[in-house]
Design a protein around this ligand. Structure first.
Ligand code: VG1
Ligand code: CO
Length: 580
């Protein structure tokens, strides 16, 4: 092949958000749009990270992925990349990409130096929905802000991009290496099995035989819903072929370009089928739900964990995994280096960290901030309230890992029970955890696709209010007299303890004397309008009060949050789009 230079002009708005660039497909398919972003990325990385590089290119299989893979491959070749690695059919879950970057060794002994992940994660897919792309570094984690800012800068001044001419389209459906000759020498395209490397890593972390024993016990039953995302590919291999789960326990595990028309976000609103199967639907009664259920998002980095008729909040999930990891998961048997959560995530993990005397970190929303801590050996387990849980085995959150972690805890707690005795259930484990550590009632209200100006005004209003805590408390007393009072209010700011970088404006916080919190953020992953997220949390230590319905327990604080922020006034919405 030869290298062609194509003239181009900048597109507005190619700024990577919380997790890469996400836009409507109709935006992405404009001539040069994807190309500009990819070239801007190569330019931001610089020649020493591009020439001779080995790049993974794959994603969640959503609409436009197949075309994007061909375009990126040709641009990589033209920019002097040495090898492109592609998961079979272009499918790799985000955590699997991270694992491949860190673990896979090519037939010629090569190791990956970075990755383009093609996903818009939990956003819907299809010709009228979303596409996305992000770059991950040689540690397998998302590019830091230093790089993403540079990419954005480059997109505003770009004049040309490089693409290989005469390089045929790659057949991504069959595994194997194809070699080509370009002006700078050899260029290889390696299509490989999507699950092998990830599976190998999972086997080195968890005790597969003990999980297999649990799954085969007649007392236990299991269900996994991939919402037609890429996790289905890995789930079939791992849960069915390796761990012996019944094929019928997999729901929506065949990836589809449009996720079957659904919203591939594993929560109680969008994972409808799983929610019904688990006996949690308000309209459908399920006579005998499975003991354990889980769902993933489009790119397989998120997880929702459910017990029989029981929802585990993601904030509790990470705390429970951290509390049990050393006993239940071989990878952690030497102890935890530390734990971390994102700022809006509940403080359930903080309490565990304190009890177990672990290093603890609170970082801004988005996985990239955990990576530095992990690279520095300061953090083993981390999580976000947005159904993201993971560990330092990779540098992304990991939906299947979280399920294996829960299965490990269940296997451990039931190791003497599977023959005789009652099963220790998901609900038992959570209630026991609350009894030991107290309970963090938690809910999140999302106002999706609201008017962007209104959202900005609401945030500005909340920041302005923070200048007088007395005034805030007066307003709150006028709304609900018997809630605790605000002792501190600010915009969250994070100084990375490893590289010293500072991230400002990471969410507006109102902190109450009794440990309750209200947090307001604007989403950085949406593709249209603005999305306001409101996070509400209340800590309850009294064992006689930990069994309440969470929406009921939080009702007074919710009222305070909505009125204090003038939510309806600024957004015109009387109710959120999604409550989790
Ligand atoms: C959301 C979540 C955040 C998560 C991010 C990426 O971001 O709140 O916790 O890390 O999505 O997840 P935002 O800015 O919209 O609140 V994923 O599965 O979309 O890569
Ligand atoms: Co995701």
């Amino acid at each position: 092949f030869k290298v062609t230079r194509v003239e181009t002009t900048p597109f507005e708005g190619q700024k990577p958000g919380t997790s890469g660039l996400r836009k409507k497909v109709k935006v992405f398919i404009q001539p040069h749009y994807l190309q500009n972003f990819v070239q801007a990325t190569f330019n931001a990385l610089g020649a020493n990270r591009v020439k001779g590089a080995t790049l993974v290119v794959s994603g969640d299989g959503r609409y436009y992925s197949k075309d994007a893979i061909q375009i990126i491959t040709k641009m990589a070749a033209a920019n002097g990349v040495r090898r492109v690695w592609i998961g079979q059919n272009g499918l790799l879950a985000t955590p699997a990409v991270s694992a491949v970057v860190r673990e896979r060794v090519g037939a010629d002994g090569s190791k990956a130096t970075g990755a383009f992940i093609l996903t818009a994660s939990h956003n819907p897919g299809g010709p009228h929905e979303d596409f996305g792309i992000k770059y991950n570094m040689e540690n397998g984690g998302p590019a830091p802000e230093g790089i993403t800012n540079k990419i954005y800068e480059n997109t505003t001044t770009i004049k040309e991009y490089l693409i290989a001419e005469g390089l045929p389209d790659v057949d991504v459906s069959t595994t194997g290496v194809s070699s080509f000759e370009g002006p700078e020498g050899k260029f290889d395209v390696d299509v490989f099995d999507s699950t092998s490397d990830y599976l190998k890593l999972m086997k080195s972390i968890f005790d597969f035989p003990s999980i297999k024993k649990l799954l085969s016990s007649p007392k236990f039953s299991f269900c996994y819903d991939a919402l037609h995302g890429v996790a289905g590919v890995h789930a079939k291999r791992i849960f069915v072929e390796e761990l012996g789960a019944n094929e019928s326990s997999l729901v929506n595990c065949v990836p589809k370009e449009d996720f079957g028309g659904g919203h591939p976000d594993p929560n109680l609103t969008y994972a409808k089928e799983l929610v019904a199967r688990m006996g949690l639907s308000k309209t459908h009664s399920e006579p005998n739900p499975p003991e354990f259920g889980a769902a993933a998002d489009g790119d397989g980095d998120r997880n929702m964990v459910l017990g029989k008729r029981f929802f585990v909040t993601p904030s509790d999930s990470v705390a429970i995994i951290a509390a049990n990891a050393v006993q239940a998961i071989p990878y952690f048997s030497g102890g935890l280096k530390g734990v971390a959560r994102s700022m809006p995530t509940s403080a359930a993990l903080d309490v565990v960290a304190k009890h177990l005397n672990l290093k603890f970190f609170e970082v801004p929303t988005g996985w990239k901030f955990f990576g530095n801590l992990m690279d520095a050996g300061m953090c083993s387990i981390c999580g976000e309230e947005s159904f993201g849980t993971g560990s330092d085995h990779i540098r992304e959150k990991d939906g299947i890992w979280a399920v294996l972690a829960w299965l490990s805890i269940l296997a451990y707690k039931n190791k003497d029970n599977l023959g005789g005795g009652n099963l220790v259930t998901v609900e038992d484990i959570v209630r026991q955890h609350w009894a030991t550590y107290g309970r963090h009632y938690y809910t999140r209200y999302d106002y999706e696709n609201v008017n962007a100006d209104g959202a900005k005004e609401l945030m500005a209003h909340l920041v302005k209010l923070q200048s007088s805590i007395d005034e805030v408390n007066k307003i709150i007393k006028g709304i609900v007299p018997n809630v605790s009072h605000v002792v501190h209010a600010d915009e969250f700011e994070y100084k990375d303890p490893v590289d010293g970088s500072v991230s400002k404006h990471q969410g507006i916080r109102y902190l109450f004397e009794d440990g309750s919190r209200l947090v307001f953020r604007l989403s950085g992953t949406g593709s249209e309008g603005a999305t306001i997220r409101l996070y509400i949390e209340q800590y309850e230590k009294d064992p006689s009060k930990i069994g309440r319905d969470s929406q009921e327990a939080l009702a007074p604080l919710v009222e305070v949050a909505l009125k204090l922020s003038k939510m309806q006034e600024y957004t015109g919405r009387s109710a959120p789009t999604v409550i989790t």
